[in-house]
Design a binder for this molecule. Structure first.
Ligand SMILES: *[C@@H]1O[C@H](CO)[C@@H](O)[C@H](O)[C@H]1NC(C)=O
Ligand SMILES: [Ca+2]
Ligand SMILES: [Ca+2]
Length: 298
């Protein structure tokens, strides 16, 4: 049985022009359990790939070296005719599948809308080696739009809601886990403690005062969720630092809804070295230095 977890979030922030800003949080965690009978049968996929291999073998005497040769986003495999070896070359954006709709659009840090992330990465690849290419990143999902500037008062509210959200995501994963192994045994033990705490806030909309109060009162409950999210993102490579690319899965869907996202993560990189270290990450979520534990991330 294969399990896909789609953790979709909507942290909808409605910053009002009025002095009091109303911010609401809504969390939707969808767990899709796709049985092999319902989803794509892996055997079928393998057969399909095999068919392709046979076809290519008709054209090339040796096995296609591009089979099983992985190229990073924005690149495709081509065979170097001279020595019949695979090489990754920039994908032509026009070879990207046409976007199925506006929801596939992405906005780059150049504030240009790209039809899809494929178009974006292909374009970025063509700029490889240039200063422009180095600075270009996928900023957020959806077409570029006007984002309000994040003022100090709003910025200070961001970690309150984000912390609460992280805790709720973990608890929800725990509740749905049963035997799906969404969490490791070690992680489960830690979440169990949060789960069993009846004083925990129910997910949903809370006033910022309540969130701030809960953080003070139940501080220990927030330590693990903050570490856990860091570990989920720090994978390529898992070195205790988050790059822009590693942070993207969290940032990209959040920015169109939370206009403080960019400023929050920029300032989280306290020493401005473009990497968010675990210490920096924990600090911007209000976790005390003595509670930072590298072992909790693994
Ligand atoms: C980015 O593009 C959008 C839509 O074209 C525009 O409304 C917005 O003002 C631009 N933002 C910046 C910072 O230039
Ligand atoms: Ca990393
Ligand atoms: Ca840093």
């Amino acid at each position: 049985m294969r399990v896909w977890i789609v953790v979709a979030l909507c942290l909808a922030g409605h910053a009002m022009a009025a002095p009091v800003s109303l911010l609401c949080v809504c969390v939707c965690v969808c767990v899709c359990v796709c049985e092999t009978t319902v989803g794509i049968n892996p055997v079928q996929i393998e057969t399909g790939e095999f068919d392709e291999a046979i076809q290519i073998e008709e054209d090339f005497p040796a096995e296609n070296p591009c089979l099983n040769h992985h190229c990073k986003k924005g690149k495709v495999c081509e065979i170097d005719e001279e020595n019949n070896s695979p090489m990754c070359v920039c994908q032509d954006p026009s070879s990207c599948p046409a976007a199925a709709g506006e929801f596939e659009h992405v906005c780059g840090t150049d504030n240009k809308t790209y039809d899809s992330s494929c178009h974006f990465f292909a374009t970025k690849c063509a700029l490889e080696g240039t200063k422009k290419g180095h600075k270009l990143h996928l900023d957020y999902l959806g077409a570029c739009k006007f984002l309000e500037t994040c003022v100090d008062a709003e910025l200070s509210e961001f970690p309150l809601r984000m912390r609460d959200w992280l805790k709720n995501v973990l608890v929800t994963l725990f509740e749905r886990d049963e035997d799906n192994n969404l969490l490791t045994e070690k992680q489960k033990v830690r979440v169990q403690k949060i789960y069993e705490n009846v004083k925990r806030l129910q997910s949903g909309e809370h006033s910022l005062d309540l969130l701030a109060h809960d953080f003070e009162k139940n501080y220990n409950m927030y330590i693990f969720p903050v570490h856990w999210q860091f570990g989920e993102l720090d994978q390529h490579p898992a070195d205790g630092f988050l790059t822009h690319t590693e942070l993207a899965p969290l940032r990209a869907p959040l920015i169109p809804m939370e206009h403080c996202t960019t400023r929050f993560f920029d300032e989280c990189d306290a020493d401005s070295d473009k990497y968010i270290a675990l210490e920096e990450w924990a600090a911007c979520f209000g976790i005390k230095e003595e509670d930072i534990d590298k072992d909790m991330v693994l």
